[in-house]
Design a protein around this ligand. Structure first.
Ligand SMILES: Cc1cc2nc3c(=O)[nH]c(=O)nc-3n(C[C@H](O)[C@H](O)[C@H](O)COP(=O)(O)OP(=O)(O)OC[C@H]3O[C@@H](n4cnc5c(N)ncnc54)[C@H](O)[C@@H]3O)c2cc1C
Length: 306
């Protein structure tokens, strides 16, 4: 049986890594268990994090781990947690490789996962010329002809947002027409092109989209795509411990990342819909401070001489 560490962090993305940094500096014994499959691994560059704008997600993690390595109480293992049991001050995590690890506190920083992409050709361009977030990748596609694969109220939202980067875009609903009359009118008033035919295929060359071919025989030339992905929780393990989830699969937490289960925290994409590296890192930091306070409080109380 493994030794009891102060904190097990499940997930080594920006949220888990920032938590590990803060807890390492607070001299806590930390184990980070990470299967190393972050959602943004498809993309070449990550943007919008001050001092790290444009680095690859792998470089971001590499620099983070290098900086954390200064703090000897933080250890990393590459593995997947598949089961969790226990309660505050003694949790047990079982991994796919058959190992068990014990921790006083748990931080789930397990992110979100994309559901399989149902449109032919989308996987080939995802992260190269098809993206999900204009704040992450809009600059690179500024003033270019784009397709927005989205429908309903989300289409209106994405159209409004993308209009800050380009005015050449077409909404492709992929056969779904689930917007209200008001939403449709708002788009029509701005002469925004809408293609409602289902997409037959996205044609591309080495990851760069060339055109979208529709089932009605028409096609649309464009150099980039934004689409609304379908997401699911990065891990089912928080639920095993009884963590309350929102309909989106996100773990419900307070402002410090505390779940409804004592001693269990969650941070980053697994516990918010902000979906930004800087936001995930910030949540990891806040959760780490709160976890450390709980550990200190307990230790402080136990120091009273009777
Ligand atoms: C294509 C794309 C491009 C993006 N570009 C940007 C950008 O430019 N700028 C930006 O700010 N944001 C960007 N994002 C969003 C950003 O990637 C996320 O907000 C951020 O990575 C969330 O960090 P996280 O630590 O919460 O989760 P993640 O980075 O997803 O890390 C979660 C980690 O937990 C691990 N894990 C999950 N379950 C288990 C388990 N059971 N056991 C062990 N390990 C587990 C995963 O393998 C993964 O390593 C992009 C997202 C996508 C999809």
């Amino acid at each position: 049986m493994e030794q009891l560490v102060d904190v097990i962090i499940v997930g080594g993305g920006p949220a888990g890594l920032n938590a590990a940094l803060v807890l390492g500096r607070a001299r806590k014994k930390v184990l980070v268990i990470d299967e190393e499959l972050p959602r943004n691994r498809v993309t070449k560059e990550s943007h919008g994090f001050l001092t790290r704008d444009g680095v690859t997600p792998a470089t971001f993690r590499h620099i983070a781990r290098e900086q954390i390595s200064v703090y000897p109480s933080v250890q990393f293992v590459k593995d997947t947690v598949i089961r969790a049991t226990g309660q505050d001050r003694d949790f047990e995590m079982t991994t796919i490789q058959g190992n068990t690890y014990r921790g006083k506190k748990i931080l789930f920083a397990t992110g979100m996962k994309d559901r399989p992409l149902a449109i032919a050709g989308l996987q080939e361009v995802y992260g190269k010329s098809a993206f999900v977030c204009p704040y992450c990748d809009g600059w690179e596609l500024r003033d270019q002809p784009l397709a927005l694969i989205v429908s309903g109220g989300m289409a209106l939202h994405l159209a409004k947002t993308i209009s800050g980067w380009t005015d050449q875009f077409t909404i492709c609903t992929h056969g779904t027409e689930d917007w209200s009359e008001e939403e449709k009118e708002e788009l029509e008033q701005r002469h925004i092109s809408i293609v409602t035919s289902p997409i037959q295929q996205i044609q591309s060359d080495t990851g760069m989209v060339k055109q979208i071919v529709f089932e009605d025989g028409t096609s649309l030339s464009c150099t980039g795509i934004f689409f609304a992905p379908e997401l699911e929780a990065g891990s089912e393990v928080p639920q095993m411990l009884g963590c309350e989830l929102a309909d989106t699969g996100m773990v419900i937490v307070d402002e410090f990342g505390k779940t409804n289960i004592a001693g269990v925290y969650s941070a980053g994409d697994s516990a918010s819909r902000k979906y930004q590296v800087v936001a995930a890192a910030s949540m990891g930091s806040m959760a780490a401070i709160s976890i450390n306070s709980e550990l200190l409080e307990k230790a402080w109380k136990s120091k009273v001489m009777l």
